[in-house]
Design a protein around this ligand. Structure first.
Ligand SMILES: [Zn+2]
Length: 329
């Protein structure tokens, strides 16, 4: 069976990384910016490996220049995501790509994205919340303005703080300042770790950044004691299997540790990360989990409940989303 109509929650996406290539290409033509080199002959995104992926991603971002561009982007992404049964989505947004970390500019971008989210909720039945991210490979100092932007716009739409980007740049302890700022402001926290960095990166992220959720986290599987600790502390992993397979963070679907982590009691969730880059959708993720590991409706219902409980949203939103999970899309 296809799982397209099953209601879904995804907690780990990057807004620009969800941009349909046709949308980015269209915007590049409107603005007369030549980024034709980032596309394959059939119109997808072209990249060789993780570092090149980051370069192509940032090249795609160069055509997103105004709050209006982000309003259109948000609407296009939510229409596409809702087609796959997603009723609640969290997405990473970065002040570095929205006004270069300037707070006044950032407020305009947030207003535009929130506007689009409100329109999409009415039109497509999908709720969006934004998690502000510092970009790790821009360095610890660049994360301070990002955290300040996060704190100043923390509210109905911006509901969390985190960090994305090149995981192997620096150690988690280098980034405590921005995470401490966001935590003191009462913001829920997540951080990419253990996609490339292995168990030590996950362990240090928990110790120094004190996050409730970890983006990927799959590297933890190499350390049984750490897996037990994650399970005991109920740290939620935002697992993105299709992304891991395409970027070769794991050798293939059959070798993905999501089942081992779940069986060890780790709260796991499923997301697409950057779906058009990784040739995936939430329907594809569910179909591959079903095909590879025999997951069925009960398994998906369980991970959606885990995601619902871990969502960075208020209780009224959580209750509304809980109702939508009960109704086929
Ligand atoms: Zn990610």
């Amino acid at each position: 069976m296809s799982f397209q109509s099953v209601p879904k929650i995804e907690l780990h996406t990057h807004l620009e990384g969800c941009a349909p290539p046709s949308f980015i290409r269209g915007l590049s033509q409107e603005k007369k910016i030549d980024i034709s080199g980032i596309f394959t002959a059939d119109g997808g995104y072209a990249f060789r490996d993780f570092d090149h992926f980051l370069q192509v991603y940032e090249a795609a971002c160069t055509v997103l220049q105004t709050p209006e561009d982000f309003r259109r982007l948000t609407l296009a992404v939510l229409e596409e995501t809702a087609r796959h049964g997603v009723v609640y989505m969290e997405t990473f947004v970065s002040p570095d790509f929205c006004g270069g970390g300037d707070l006044a500019a950032w407020r305009d971008y947030v207003a535009a994205m929130q506007d689009a989210a409100t329109e999409a909720e009415a039109k497509f039945g999908i709720t969006l919340r934004g998690i502000v991210t510092g970009i790790r490979h821009f360095g610890p100092e660049a994360c301070t303005p990002a955290a300040k932007c996060a704190i100043e716009t923390f509210g109905d739409f911006i509901t969390g703080y985190g960090m994305a980007g090149g995981e192997m740049v620096g150690r988690p302890a280098d980034y405590t300042y921005s995470f401490d700022m966001a935590r003191e402001a009462g913001m829920p926290l997540t951080c990419h770790a253990g996609e490339w960095g292995g168990p030590s990166m996950v362990a240090e992220t928990l110790t120094h950044l004190k996050v409730a959720r970890v983006g990927h986290g799959i590297g933890a599987i190499e350390d049984p004691a750490l897996v037990s600790e994650i399970a005991e502390k109920e740290i939620v992993l935002e697992v993105c299997p299709g992304s891991n397979v395409v970027l070769n963070a794991v050798p293939g679907w059959a070798q993905h540790p999501i089942v081992k982590l779940r069986d060890a009691g780790v709260p796991v969730t499923v997301s697409t990360d950057d779906p058009p880059f990784f040739h995936t959708t939430m329907s594809d993720e569910y179909n591959m989990l079903a095909r590879t590991f025999g997951w069925g409706e009960a398994d998906f219902a369980a991970i959606n409940q885990t995601a619902l409980a871990a969502a960075f949203c208020d209780d009224a939103t959580r209750a509304r989303v809980a109702k939508r999970l009960e109704t086929p899309a």
